[in-house]
Ligand binder design. Sequence first.
Ligand code: ZN
Length: 261
Amino acid sequence: MGETINVTVWNEYRHEKEHEEVRKLYPHGIHRVIADYLNSQEGIKADTATLDEPEHGLTEEVLSRTDVLIWWGHMAHDQVEDAVVDRVQKRVLEGMGLIVLHSGHFSKIFRRILGTNCSLKWREEAEKERLWNLAPTHPITRGIGEYIELPNTEMYGERFDIPEPDRLIFVSWFEGGEVFRSGCVWERGHGRIFYFRPGHETYPIFYNEQIMTVITNAARWAHTGMTLPDNCPNSKPLEKLSPKSVDFGSAGVVQSREDIG
Ligand code: ZN
């Protein structure tokens, strides 16, 4: 295999501390379950970061060695410091991958980088979801069949207020009748972004082998292998330019009455 992909799994890590039913499912946090799975995969090294760490665990140093950032948040989006959002956005534009999960649709970073409200319909009735694989040759769906079926999920329904995705990877059908664009990719600057819908905290979604396969595939896909700092240079011509007879350029505009003749 090639170089190691360094993934940082960021989790708000509040539900697991405050709600007994979530703690039972994820006693060490959602981030721990995702990172442990990724660390069992060839060529991936995953670390974690959480909201209550200094700078939310996303210091310049951590971000500079992160190839792909995974984001789960829900009840404390507004507690994420804008300075950290700025820092993450800058890194994405330079080429860091970003995978946003489930309720991360309302995170500051997701809304910032896409530029829309990212609102949707929702309902928590433990209904069935079928995620249809629309892109069977895309790297993100490698090893996934025609669909993924989840027996119990929270419903997310259209309209999902996102910019048109560069490519739609999954569309979900829900038992209650709604549909949803559950797997979407975009590029912003040099960075690749994947939104993946499943992941409600009261269901064992991140123990599902197919869901974790998609997240692993997405981490590999989002890894560009390079980052390019932004710059906007004044540029010398590559060829010798011919002398020009005007100081300011004319664009074919008539200069005076005499020019008309
Ligand atoms: Zn949820």
